[in-house]
Design a protein around this ligand. Sequence first.
Ligand code: AHM
Ligand code: MG
Length: 330
Amino acid sequence: MTNHETLVSPVGVTLDRFIKRQQSSLPFASGELSQLLRDIALAGKIINREINRAGLVDITGAFGMENVQGEAQQKLDVIANVRFIRALKNGGEVSAIITEEDEGIIYTDNDEGKYVVAIDPLDGSSNIDVNVSIGTIFSIYRRITPTGTKPTIDDFLQGGRSQVAAGYILYGSSTILVYTTGQGVNTFTYENSLGEYFLSQTDLKSPEDGSIYSVNEGYYNSFVSPARAYITNCKLRDYNSRYIGSLVADFHRNLLKGGIYLYPPSKKHPKGKLRLMYECYPLAFIAEQAGAAASDGYQDILDIEPTELHQRTPMIIGSSEMVRDALSYF
Ligand code: AHM
Ligand code: MG
């Protein structure tokens, strides 16, 4: 007799079910944080749809404005920004948001919301028009000002170690969501036809060492000398050079395969290019939870004291042994 059960493989655990199961172990055991993660995941589905349609409708290309960092905004950046803000406003758990695309704090008009969110809605914007992987990065804090009052900048500038959750969505050859609430790193793969994220891995651990280095070598001559010395060392060791120019994609590959990503200070970006609040802190939190490491060359990224919303920092992130080795040059 055929056991029909064995003929059909199970579809797996959905993100919703996983979050519900984990809820009791979340910080503050709060249903609100679970709901907030689901809101972000939902907005990610919508962005995923927009990205997949990008070649078909007129949504790629520059929007004609510059964002607060003075870079040309791509249309999909704008769409992603609107989608995330709307999802977080409608969700009701968040009282304020900062995004890469807006200079000031965005108030959701829900002062009862216990959380604030820092988000880069669509990172790797130079890759949007050319069908290369892009990502969303987010970081969640529990507010320190009393609920019922208007949130302030202090709710955001708590420091990387105060993040209660962080994650990213990578819109790549498949769309995946990776997040941590401080109890390991979980990864989910989006199944388009079912419209659901399914659990792919719990407690992801990154290899301690690796042989991939990711850096924009075009800036080699203008990088600070310790960075140049380390890059030379990578070449002498015949490491593989891999650089997509989308932080999420470069980080994710190195996290899985073992590697290091560097964005050192350069002439063009003397303080580094990447933003602390919504690019570096969240990825550093994930890295640490996966057994990898993140530094600005002199201190852990998570220990950097934040002073402004759109602060930049140099970053060296990846396999713990490789980061340790790189830091010996600084
Ligand atoms: P963005 O937020 O404007 O997209 O810039 C961040 C991106 C990262 O994804 C990527 O790693 C880096 O900038 C690439 O910079 P560069 O083109 O200078 O190598
Ligand atoms: Mg960005």
